[in-house]
Design a protein around this ligand. Structure first.
Ligand SMILES: [Zn+2]
Length: 398
């Protein structure tokens, strides 16, 4: 098949005007000017007309479990209050509700042009019941704060549920809800099974005051539910995390909003060793400290965007996420912002040879958007705020 469009946005060179992509099966086999691609390849021509063809978007961090919590929790006074509020909402829901929520989330993400998603689920046992419509990295979200003696069992059970999936990984929730044992066991499994790991780290001021100062609302909250607190009052969340790691390169770290100067010294020594995910709108909802984008980028970190869950965001649109990011980082070029939902998350998922760009050998995962102004196509892509009408996933028009 040959797909022609007014503009092909490859994400590995300048966009190609009046371009085309040759596809065989689920892979790209050719790309270039329409006439040249047509001369070199046979097969049906799909002409998208006045459109830009670009790689399908990749959401590096979300929780489709909570799609049904959209609008249910107003911005909280404290992070601990938000955890209490989401726990109260979750208590009202059945497994069937969560399954419906996951399916709704997939449909919404796809409607917004997402073709690959890194999805954390607190219910790995439900995964077998989901027929995911887009490429999915399933991460089991793991919490043992109320039952630290079961850390290994909790991890092992989740592995049993997930290992039949094509792409899976493990996600200890955060250092305040997952024990050192649980993190350690996840790294052991990652080493044995060659999987990815993700966690929430240094997200809130309260997490910083809990670990560094042994005080604050989050400290009091988790102490109140019986968490051993001997790891508090010494180090920052990042220092504690990095100090215990044996496989730093396997981790995708969500957030990193709260970093001290000593943390930046540590990061300078570990530059490039792990991946970073920023969720601009969830960040705005909580009113976290400014995300240190430029400093992290200058240290060489690969930074991706994610939507996080709809318990702290309004929809699963990565276009809206790019716009929110652009508002806070207006000096970043639109092309670089688009790379944060294509090239960068592909790299974070270790798919830099298959996803996030349009080039020969890569998966045929594309979306098509109206293109009125080829000279400012990246601006136009970021401004796009409707459902995506044409998607190709794995070589098939969906
Ligand atoms: Zn999250």
């Amino acid at each position: 098949m040959i797909v022609r469009a007014r503009l092909i946005v490859t994400m590995n060179g300048p966009p190609i005007e009046n371009g085309a992509v040759g596809i065989e099966g689920n892979r790209v086999v050719d790309i270039g000017l329409f006439n040249e691609v047509k001369a070199r390849n046979s097969g049906e021509v799909v002409d998208l007309g006045e459109q830009a063809l670009l790689p399908g978007l990749i959401n590096a961090h979300c929780h489709l479990d909570y799609t049904c919590l959209r609008g249910k929790i107003p911005p909280p006074k404290s992070f601990a209050d938000w955890i209490r509020a989401i726990n109260a909402e979750k208590a009202k829901l059945s497994k069937r509700d969560f399954l419906a929520s996951i399916n709704q989330g997939f449909a919404e993400a796809k409607r917004f042009g997402t073709t690959t998603i890194g999805n954390l689920t607190a219910f790995p046992e439900l995964v077998a019941k989901v027929n995911e419509p887009i490429r999915t990295w399933w991460f089991a979200e793991l919490i043992d704060v109320r039952e630290p003696n079961r850390a290994r069992d909790i991890v092992d059970l989740s592995v049993k549920s997930l290992k039949s999936r094509e792409n899976w990984g493990l996600a200890p929730h955060a250092p305040f809800t997952a024990s050192a044992d649980l993190y350690r066991h996840c790294e052991e499994i990652a080493r044995a099974k060659n999987i990815l790991l993700t966690t929430h780290l240094a997200e809130s001021r309260e997490e910083m005051s809990m670990f560094r100062d042994a005080s604050g609302p989050l400290y009091e909250f988790v102490k109140g539910i019986g968490r051993p607190m001997d790891d508090c009052g010494h180090e920052t969340p990042l220092a504690l995390f990095l100090g215990r790691r044996t496989l730093p390169g396997r981790w995708m770290l969500a957030h990193l909003n709260e970093l001290t100067e000593s943390d930046f010294d540590l990061l300078a020594k570990s530059a490039g060793k792990f991946q970073v995910v920023h969720s601009p709108r969830s960040h705005g909802y909580f009113g976290h400290s400014r995300f240190p984008f430029e400093r992290l980028r200058a240290l060489g970190f690969n930074i991706c965007l994610g939507t996080d869950s709809l318990a702290s965001n309004e929809d699963l649109s990565l276009f809206a996420e790019m716009r929110a990011f652009q508002k806070s980082e207006p000096r970043t070029s639109p092309e670089e912002i688009l790379s944060m939902v294509t090239v960068s998350p592909a790299r974070a998922l270790r798919q830099e040879d298959a996803l996030g760009e349009i080039r020969p050998g890569f998966c045929a995962d594309f979306i098509s958007l109206p293109c009125a102004r080829p000279t400012s196509v990246f601006e136009e892509i970021i401004a796009f705020d409707r459902p995506v009408e044409w998607t190709m996933l794995d070589g098939k028009i969906r």
